[in-house]
Design a protein around this ligand. Sequence first.
Ligand SMILES: *Cc1c(COP(=O)(O)O)cnc(C)c1O
Length: 394
Amino acid sequence: MTTDWIALEERYYAQTVRRQPVVLVRGQGTRVWDVEGKEYLDFTAGWAVTNLGHCHPVMVQAIQEQAALLIQTSNQFYTVPQLKLAQALIDNSCLDRVFFGNSGAEAVEGALKLARKYGKKNRDGAYQVITAYNSFHGRTMSTIAATGQPHYQEAFQPLTPGFVHVEYDSVEAIIAATNDETAAVMLEPIQGEGGVNIPADDYLRRVRDWCDKQGLLLILDEVQTGLGRLGSLFGYQEYGVEPDVMTLAKGLGGGVPIGAFLSKEHCMALEPGDHGSTFGGNALTTAAAYASTKHIIDNDLPGQAKAMGLRLTQRLEELKSRFSFISEVRGRGLLIALEFDDDVAAKALSLSNEAGVLFNMVKPNTLRLMPPLTISAEEVDEGVGRLEQALSKL
Ligand SMILES: *Cc1c(COP(=O)(O)O)cnc(C)c1O
């Protein structure tokens, strides 16, 4: 059965992604089942997306009700779920205005257009955006140029101009890279796809100060860190700074494709006609995202992520003291990396699959753990138990 579906993929699908040999057909909470009926604990959550777990009743109900009511209208008209979601995000963040797209890359594209226009209007045509090495901002032509990882860029030269890459977690590097053409600095509060890289506690605060001094926009790409993942509703709250512009996607829709960029009033340079989207902010995805976001806020899921993140980190530290080949456990909230001192992550991943727990390999020597924010203490322990079983075979 599994092999039949894999053969179909090999025959028909563009061979651009390296998949695990698992064909998933059903999910409930933190668990998923494959086509053979095998059950797994899902510590990937659709890549930090299914924040309420799989098929949470609140999500299912919101999607079913909205699907029966109205799915898509285009933005030629007003729709109710879009405006309810907009209000929920603005009322619960430091930002003043929001635009909805369909993915993280689209959210970043929108933020970049905003920065270009802002530079044109307010900074004498400044257009450069400073981003960090090992960052990840998406896979479209401009977001790969923003992304500070050459292996995403090399085959697609020439890249969109206007990006300057600097070392992450170095304010001095940003200061040195700033010039008359600089319009914005764009950073992830914690680099997710780049390996769960956590900056010094005062990094964002000091970057904020520099941006204020120079009149630069600070864009925080919270596509991965937003909506509770780090233990606060937004990552910037963990670091006591306010961005001028913020992007969201992954956890925003709880599983449906939606992205957003949000901006403070003073830098919302975009005007009627400057930006748009056919599907962006449609009634179905915003109804789902509203249900998910409201549930996260009403039930303090960021607080739960913080508590479960501490428990998970502690359990992993116990594994580290047992297995000498684990070199580091690091994370914040429920965004955690397990690093090995050898390139054994692929082997650890496939043994974990067998043991019934799913992880993401973020580097050849690193697994990334990002379970649903709703994960229970028992599920944390059970998942780590299955991981332990896998690692004892390494
Ligand atoms: C995943 C990610 C993106 C891209 O999101 P897509 O929905 O895959 O386009 C952008 N920025 C960050 C920080 C991400 O983690």
